[in-house]
Design a protein around this ligand. Structure first.
Ligand SMILES: O=C(O)CCC(=O)C(=O)O
Length: 289
């Protein structure tokens, strides 16, 4: 049953919901106060520093994929302050309102820190990375600093979520990435660049085509993302997907279990971390990678 606006910690105006449903992305303002954001940012900074402590490489020495960002995933599983952020009912409640669904599970969280001199993030859709078909999926992109084109803003192709799943883009560059912006389904629509101030959150649908600019500024671009999937969604394919394989979700099974906690409606208790923790840095596709 849908909640009434007064039950959401952060009620979203109908016009914002409509904009999200029309364009496949939207900004929600003032989701975090400066003090709350600083509290979470220092926890994410500390966790990223811990996980990357042994890596002294300059950005130019890294792989093409690593030059797009330092990627540390599932920080909620190893840091209790980050858990408060990734499982925040205010945030999850916004995701549920935008998608128009009754319940959400946490799919993943991650720090995406684009270093000074870091390259662009290739245009892609998130959802085609995972064997979850057309499950309702939404991503919260949470900058800890002001983000503009110069330091790695995101751009989104308006309405592209309505195209559904297009050919997957190999943003890791282990194969030549598909030029999704030239896909006929997008009819030449241009991506829209979105500058965003800290405290605000940019949301995008799992099928929205998006990219990020290179970081030509002297500073690190610090962003944290949280991805939610609608309750009741199911695995559609057997191919490897770390969170599904860890939770032993079979094809046809519900996306839930260890590491995939229900976060909206707000649970009585904070979800607990899964038993098996993944790799500290980089994407993880396979269980035993
Ligand atoms: O922040 C970036 O550079 C890319 C982010 C992204 O692709 C995402 O959040 O899905």
């Amino acid at each position: 049953m849908n909640k009434t606006a007064s039950e959401y910690p952060y009620p979203v105006d109908l016009s914002v919901v409509e904009e999200f449903q029309h364009k496949g992305f939207v900004v929600t303002d003032n989701v975090f106060t400066p003090a709350t954001l600083a509290h979470y940012a220092s926890a994410v900074d500390a966790e990223v520093a811990l996980r990357t402590a042994d890596d002294a490489r300059e950005v130019g020495e890294k792989t093409t994929y690593e030059q797009s960002f330092v990627q540390c995933m599932r920080l909620w599983e190893t840091n209790e302050i980050v858990r408060d952020l990734s499982c925040d009912p205010g945030l999850a409640g916004i995701g549920a309102q935008l998608l128009g669904v009754d319940g959400l599970h946490l799919w993943q969280d991650q720090a995406l820190y684009k270093e000074s001199g870091g390259r662009e993030t290739d245009a892609h859709q998130d959802q085609t990375f995972w064997p979850i078909g057309d499950a309702d999926l939404i991503s919260a992109w949470i900058p800890f600093d002001a983000v503009t084109f110069e330091n790695g803003a995101m751009a989104y192709v308006p309405g592209s979520h309505k195209a559904g799943g297009l050919k997957p883009v190999d943003i890791t560059h282990s194969t030549e990435p598909y030029d999704i912006l030239a896909d006929p389904a997008l009819k030449g629509a241009a991506p829209e660049w979105v500058s965003v101030n800290p405290g605000n959150v940019v949301w995008h649908h799992g099928f929205t085509v998006h990219q990020a600019a290179a970081n030509t500024s002297p500073n690190l671009r610090r962003v944290f993302t949280v991805v939610f999937v609608a309750a009741g969604s199911r695995r559609t394919k057997p191919w490897p997907a770390f969170p599904l394989d860890r939770a032993r979700v079979p094809v046809g099974g519900l996306i839930e279990g260890d590491g995939l906690p229900a976060v909206w409606p707000a649970p009585q208790q904070q979800p607990s971390a899964p038993e098996l923790i993944g790799v500290p840095v980089g994407p993880q596709f396979e269980l035993d990678a």
